[in-house]
Design a protein around this ligand. Structure first.
Ligand code: CA
Length: 398
């Protein structure tokens, strides 16, 4: 905790947020967070599910637990089912055809009260989730059929999409968008259907699946850009060749020459491309009515734009996993309560990115135009509009 406080030394708002968040977490006394793996493995059914949720994703587990009762269990199961599927996709030790079969048939396993899978998944939490999957299917079968239907639809479509990508690389931007749709956009689509079905949100929230899709794509692309060092190190690649080919013949060169213009321009190109989704995200969030659902949807989005700001033009991305300061994360969690809060964070981050644009960057104009869209996303709160000319001027005079 001390190092996080030191990093936020000149930011009193962040220091306050770190303490408030600690206090809030302690006050909630999360019943599952302290359990270790061997204790969890002895739990059953619903209890097992909530406990394993904490093991596979601490950040999601706490936001899921704050959701209204009407959707909490459904989203817990939805999340675990998709985690199970993702663990299979990520396990590089499964032979390809076996993996294909598992991915495409996975949706059926939720109806099988005994099915489980041993020795699959990276990390003990993921392994245990699949080893004791019968508890997830038990919980799944306790849900109302209309919710089971949403989970089944998404699981089927995602599994088929993942299996398609076993034989295909992410070459074009279209491939990149389609892959991100399968692994993340569909999560947005499914969550939206769940919110609407529960009656907590208006039915028309699910009328525009493109907006829900953008919510997932914005998060997924942020992770893909941030994780380049880790992914390439493990022999995986998600950056579309159509983009990196403009800057280098071999993707590994980006890691080898982190401070070169070409590496940074390539990184900035992808950040700019991801920023295209931000106005859709703001529109989606402006339609949410329930406060808990709003926070559940909005917090990951403000974290994503803060991450894009952190990684824009940052050579460290090619050397390590760059993260936002804990103090900033705490501030974003504590301060995200309304669409105006979200808009103000998006604008703050857009202005920060704007200041880092360099004149030689081939995408400089496109970056400026994406940032302007964010900054002008609401007419009542006009900030000074940066224009491409302004960048050219400010850089040519220095
Ligand atoms: Ca995956």
């Amino acid at each position: 905790m001390l190092q996080h406080l030191i990093k936020s030394f000149l930011r009193p708002k962040e220091i306050r947020a770190i303490f408030n968040l600690k206090y809030e977490e302690a006050a909630k006394k999360k019943p599952y967070s302290s359990k270790n793996i061997s204790t969890i493995s002895r739990l059953e059914k619903k209890e097992f599910c909530y406990a394993i949720l904490h093991k596979v994703s601490r950040s999601f587990a706490s936001v899921i637990q704050q959701l209204p009762e009407e959707v909490r269990d459904v989203i817990c199961v939805f999340y675990l089912v998709l985690r199970g599927l993702d663990s299979i996709e990520d396990d590089m030790s499964i032979p390809r055809e076996e993996k294909r079969k598992l991915l495409t048939n996975f949706y059926e396993k939720n109806f099988d009260r005994e099915w489980h899978l041993n020795q699959v998944g990276d990390g003990e939490g993921y392994r245990l989730l699949l080893e004791r999957y019968e508890h997830v299917s038990f919980f799944f079968n306790c849900l109302e059929p209309r919710f089971q239907e949403v989970i089944t639809d998404i699981c089927l479509e995602m599994g088929q999409g993942m299996s398609q990508y076993l034989d295909r690389e992410i070459t074009t931007i279209d491939d990149y968008n389609l892959y991100c749709h399968y692994v993340a956009g569909l999560v947005g689509v499914g969550l939206t259907r769940i919110f609407a079905l529960s009656g907590l949100e208006k039915e028309d929230l699910s009328n525009d699946p493109e907006l829900s899709n953008s919510m997932g794509l914005f998060l997924q692309k942020t992770n893909i850009i941030r994780d380049i060092h880790e992914d390439l190190g493990q022999g995986r690649t998600f950056w579309p060749a159509e983009v990196w080919n403009k800057y280098t013949d071999q993707q590994e060169q980006l890691l080898a020459q982190p401070v070169s213009d070409q590496s940074l321009f390539c990184l900035n190109h992808l950040v700019t491309e991801a920023l295209r989704h931000s106005t859709d995200c703001l529109e989606y969030l402006s339609k949410i009515r329930n406060l808990q659902i709003f926070k559940f949807c909005a917090i990951p989005q403000v974290m994503a734009i803060a991450t894009l700001n952190e990684i824009y033009n940052n050579p460290w991305v090619f050397k390590k996993n760059v993260k936002i300061r804990k103090g900033l994360a705490a501030r974003l969690i504590m301060e995200t309560c309304s669409i105006d809060d979200v808009r103000s964070v998006f604008k703050e981050m857009a202005m920060n990115i704007f200041k880092k644009i360099s004149i030689g960057d081939p995408n400089c104009e496109e970056t400026v135009s994406q940032l302007s869209l964010i900054i002008h996303s609401e007419s009542s709160q006009r900030l000074t509009a940066p224009s491409a000319n302004h960048v050219v001027k400010s850089f040519s005079t220095t």
